[in-house]
Design a protein. Structure first.
Length: 135
């Protein structure tokens, strides 16, 4: 999926064409998620905290260096470990993005505005043969 930024003039033009809803949907998706490439860049640069919410048996297969491990089942008990600071972006990753998108929704309902989920997940990370270490 290609991501793009819309300026005010573009939004007005799209509105006139009757496709503003489509443009708003794309902007909304971008606010919810990031591509795997962006997640890797943000992890490696330290720009974002990336939290791997897979379960311990999944972590045992390998994790990306620098990711924080917080299994989804432990989330409610350990929610205080997730920063809720708009200046500290948090990316959630699981195996495929199903659990991370559900966790994203849960955290948004709890008032977290600084979280997004990673498209593709660790299965795609591994498929690309990107760096992984044992936890």
């Amino acid at each position: 999926m290609k991501h793009f930024t819309l300026n005010r003039r573009s939004l007005v033009a799209l509105s006139g064409l009757g496709i503003l809803g489509l443009a708003q949907a794309q902007v909304r998706v971008d606010a919810e998620s990031v591509s795997l490439d962006v997640a890797r860049q943000e992890l490696e640069s330290g720009k974002s905290l990336v939290i791997d919410i897979r379960e311990p048996q999944e972590h045992a297969t390998g994790v990306a260096p620098g990711m924080q491990l917080l299994p989804m089942r432990q989330l409610a008990a350990r929610i205080s470990e997730i920063p809720n600071d708009p200046k500290r972006p948090v990316l959630l990753i699981c195996n495929t993005q199903n659990r991370s998108s559900a966790t994203w929704k849960f955290l948004r309902e709890k008032g977290y505005t600084n979280v997004r989920f990673v498209q593709g997940g660790m299965s795609e990370w591994a498929r690309r043969a990107w760096p992984m270490v044992k936890p």
